[in-house]
Design a protein around this ligand. Structure first.
Ligand SMILES: O=C(O)C[C@H](O)C(=O)O
Ligand code: SF4
Length: 516
């Protein structure tokens, strides 16, 4: 009996370690790809600056054992057990470890009731976490975890061949049609899934198993070699050519758009031909371990082999381009906003208020806000928050979320409440751009995933409203110091996002000719 209890608590401990390590310590193969991207970028460009922030953030997360990105994603476990091992016991241990990691601020409470919007608060709920069991012939337990965030999940895409693709024309049921789908998947993600990204591609299957296969590819090592010759060639081709699209880090333009491409294949039905793409941001958090099946102890880690990668002193070549830095403190006047141009770096001190989907929805249907938002800054952010021992809120991770989801509301809300600046990532569309011009507003792009970097700019939580929306969706009143973001949409009708999108579409169109 005692042995059984010991095993259960050891299992919980080992899985807790896996969760914490996955959330806070980016694997070496991923770091290597990010480092290479940094070396390829010209120093001083927006992309190089973004990569500098990203690599600093990776180091901060590891040192502080804090989440790399505030969106700790849908915890997805793949577990292989020897025949005869109790899988229910493992499931239970995973649930315990998840609850503990959430309480400790290593995971954000990410499980939301789809009908009523209530956050379960502990990352448990119908469908959360995802656990897939399999049996294998070995005597150990193989357990792997991926924490894939919602923003990049939104950029997954599934093609049904034959189809017509913007820029590329017809994609047929052959290798060349597959090539076109994969190129298109990278183009359509733009910077919104926190590029530079990694893609897992599944060819064949049905709609469900196709996506499953695509996600399974994300468990491969970034630098492995595809055993199927046709797919090896395709992976190489995609890596070379997707990086010619010029989307760049965070969609700022630049040399690196894609950090990895892994393709798998399975049979299909005669009538169906799916190409499914799972897009993962640079914050590609997946790790694994082997456990002793009798004791639950960790015997070895997976994805941890190879040399340590540090990011110090690896800037690319220098540029002479100078960026302007403008300091702002809210309340901000229309005149101050009208002076800003795309490309300026803004450094904000003073107050800002978080607001994402639930807040935007609420503000659009109400005429009053809990605080006077006139001249204020809204930050599209759902932080990781814990209470310290004195009962004060402490922000553990606080990077931006994808702004385009607020496109239906943003312009109207800015006008209605007098908001002057919104901070987010990935940019917004034509409706917001028009409102920025009419009202005198600005869109500021923060670096997606840099949750530790921004958490350090937050000096104090001054208050919170709408906590019943759940921690990520509440309106947090944040006092910040020197919070940096780039103007990517200004009040003169300019949008870097529109520019990069059009430019990359043109480049995509040059790749329409048959290759395979
Ligand atoms: O939910 C978040 O905080 C971010 C999300 O992963 C996103 O990329 O938009
Ligand atoms: S914010 Fe960016 S880095 Fe974080 S999970 Fe979303 S896509 Fe990934």
């Amino acid at each position: 009996m005692q042995q059984v209890e010991q095993k259960v608590s050891q299992l919980q401990e080992s899985i807790y370690e896996l969760i914490v390590e996955t959330s806070t310590n980016l694997p070496k193969d991923v770091r290597k790809a990010v480092k290479q991207a940094k070396l390829n970028e010209t120093a001083g460009t927006r992309s190089a600056m973004a990569l500098e922030t990203i690599t600093n953030n990776i180091t901060m997360a590891e040192t502080d054992v804090s989440p790399i990105c505030q969106d700790t994603g849908m915890p997805t476990f793949k577990v292989k057990t020897p025949v005869g091992v109790n899988q229910l016991e493992i499931k239970d241990a995973i649930h315990h470890a998840i609850v503990r990691a959430t309480k400790d601020g290593k995971l954000r409470s990410n499980s939301v009731d789809s009908l009523f919007g209530k956050n379960s608060g502990n990352n448990l709920g119908p469908g959360t976490p995802v656990i897939k069991f399999e049996q294998h012939e070995n005597d150990y337990i193989d357990i792997r975890l991926i924490l894939k965030g919602g923003g990049c999940e939104n950029k997954n895409i599934q093609y049904s061949l034959p189809c017509e693709l913007e820029g590329l024309g017809k994609a047929g049921r052959d290798l060349d049609g597959i090539r076109k789908c994969i190129l298109h998947s990278v183009y359509q993600a733009q910077g919104q899934g926190c590029s530079a990204g990694f893609i897992g591609v599944g060819i064949g299957g049905d709609r469900t198993s196709g996506y499953e296969l695509a996600k399974d590819q994300l468990f491969r090592l970034v630098d492995d070699v595809n055993p199927i010759e046709e797919l090896r060639l395709m992976e190489d081709y995609i890596m070379e050519n997707a990086n010619k699209l010029g989307v760049g880090t965070m969609g700022f333009g630049g040399e690196t758009t894609l950090l990895g491409c892994k393709i798998g294949v399975m049979n299909r039905l005669p009538a169906s031909f799916f190409v499914s793409v799972a897009y993962n941001c640079w914050a590609y958090r997946r790790l694994g371990m082997k456990l002793n099946a009798a004791t639950g102890e960790i015997t070895s880690w997976l994805y941890k082999d190879g040399e340590d990668i540090s990011f110090t002193k690896d800037a690319g070549q220098e540029t002479t381009e100078k960026t302007r830095e403008v300091k702002l403190v809210a309340p901000i006047t229309e005149e101050q906003i009208r002076e800003l141009r795309v490309g300026d770096v803004v450094s904000i001190s003073g107050m800002m208020y978080t607001g994402r989907d639930a807040i935007h929805h609420h503000l659009s249907s109400h005429d009053d806000a809990p605080v006077d938002l006139n001249g204020q800054v809204i930050y599209h952010c759902g932080p990781v928050v814990v209470k310290d021992k004195d009962g004060k809120y402490e922000i553990k991770a606080a990077g931006p979320t994808t702004s385009i989801r607020e496109e239906p509301y943003q312009g109207d809300i800015m006008k209605k409440f007098g908001i002057r600046a919104v901070i987010g990532k990935g940019g917004m569309g034509a409706k917001t751009l028009k409102a920025l011009e009419e009202h005198g507003g600005v869109y500021l792009n923060a670096i997606g995933g840099a949750a530790q970097y921004y958490a350090r700019c937050i000096k104090e939580v001054k208050g919170v409203d709408f906590l019943d929306f759940g921690i990520p969706e509440a309106m947090w009143h944040l006092q910040v110091e020197d919070f940096k973001a780039v103007v990517t949409m200004d009040s003169h009708g300019n949008s870097l996002h529109r520019e990069v999108d059009q430019d990359s579409l043109q480049k995509l169109a040059t790749m329409a000719e048959r290759v395979f």
